[in-house]
Design a protein around this ligand. Sequence first.
Ligand code: G6P
Ligand code: ZN
Length: 607
Amino acid sequence: MVLFNVSRVETTPFGDQKPGTSGLRKKVKVFKQPNYLQNFVQATFNALTPQKVRGATLVVSGDGRYFSKDAIQFGMYWAVDGYRGLRFTIKIITKMAAGNGVRRVWVGQNGLLSTPAVSAAIRERVGLDVSKQLVFGSKATGAFILTASHNPGGPNEDFGIKYNMENGGPAPEGITDKIYENTKTIKEYLTADLPDVDITAIGVTSFCGPEGYFDVEVFDSASDYVKLMKSIFDFESIRKLLSSPKFTFCYDALHGVAGAYAKRIFVEELGAQESSLLNCVPKEDFGGGHPDPNLTYAKELVACMGLGKSNPEVEPPEFGAAADGDADRNMILGKRFFVTPSDSVAIIAANAVEAIPYFSAGLKGVARSMPTSAALDVVAKNLNLKFFEVPTGWKFFGNLMDAGLCSVCGEESFGTGSDHIREKDGIWAVLAWLSILAYKNRENLDGGKLVTVEDIVRNHWATYGRHYYTRYDYENVDAGAAKELMACLVKLQSSLAEVNEIVSGIQSDVSKVVHADEFEYKDPVDGSISKHQGIRYLFEDGSRLVFRLSGTGSEGATIRLYIEQYEKDPSKTGRDSQDALAPLVAVALGLSKMQEFTGRSAPTVIT
Ligand code: G6P
Ligand code: ZN
């Protein structure tokens, strides 16, 4: 048994460690400052309180993104293959965990775990003890997830860290506020002089320190997660779909951590062709790309699916999907067809009970974030389901799920998920769609015409009406200018008469604004109130304009503009969404004086 000592290391605070929507995200060069990571980790331990940290089980892993080339200097061992940065950070956090009296740390092999797999591991996994005996049903106390999600990676790009709680979900504001307060006054951190643990090999290594034993268990990144997926979906029926010559499939991991799961699930378990996987080798810089699954950044998949600039001679696959860096986001595409995330969650909710065994007893309720379109609301109303509208950020769904009020939820930002874990889940969303396709085609695979993704979406619109929807992102705008723009929009809300005068001056044929406010949410479970969650302009015909500042960027500000219009008449649900929304877009740009404030004549990304 290797013994270790604990020491206290003096440090001084950094002023910029306020966690955003999903943890602390900064440029790698910021994280590279001595003690920057250590301060944040110790501030988190202090916020959780020493009593909770002592004896805890912590998951520590991430999406494999670059942290620091300098990590190599910590020994050749770190340089033998990729994920140097990740190993470096895991090493720091593991030593600090031991120093703070944590009982054991669980690490995915090579330090890789998707965010949903971390959430699942916290909630339940089959652990090993030192003698390699299985410990059934172990739960963890929480996790450090090393990711900046969909932000690019590499020496000049982003790194991130966030803490998840024992329910498997992101830390609530009460904790992240405490962490931030602690980072402003931190004077020292605790660390142990542990030797390196080989995180490439599965197994348990045990140490003994001043407060007793400390174990590091390295486990297979995918096995537990695959088991969980098998307990939710009917793999047999999906396998039948994927092996049918009528059905073709394509999955793009954008070189994020989803690649570590895609081969195991889609190819090995479900029989998809290996050639159907694009960019499924996790890379620390995501191959130089932007690992965000949308129509702008998932270029290869978009072209492969026959959207945008594609080769008209090649027949696109029937189904395509992509994930972000940490595999919690998803984009769903049909042949030459884009499914908006807002429609995706509504369609999953509408079909879940029939198509997905996990939901066969019925849905407890459904929820969406405020800027997400109201497509889900219509489904909830028709199916008589409990419905919740929460602020942006997955953590708000967690409370509802813990209270048994919500089964399926989603966000316009390409996040979809359920109460199987407390994070959104990119691979789950793909399996949900494949389940719906398998169900709709259960009698067509041997003969008959395939029901396509596009058919499913168009039928949904015919039944429930269509919410035309688009989002304009203005990335890396001057932060001061963005604030001013938002302040002006809030000020304008005090006079609807003035608003409507401006609106009709820009576009005479849109309906009237009947309500305008800043979204505020009272959590029905714990009563907490979240204010300033986005500026809304609601129109008489159900249309909406929403303005928000992104909470996930690492530089400047990103303004998001969400535009939505409801069309109930089935004969009018087939239009191109940019055409249908053009008048409302003009109103939004005029009302906000977008160009005047930001100097931008066009958005960075349109989805
Ligand atoms: C993360 C969260 C999501 C949220 C999104 C919003 O991905 O996990 O729940 O919707 O950020 O990002 P934004 O940049 O719009 O604040
Ligand atoms: Zn993500």
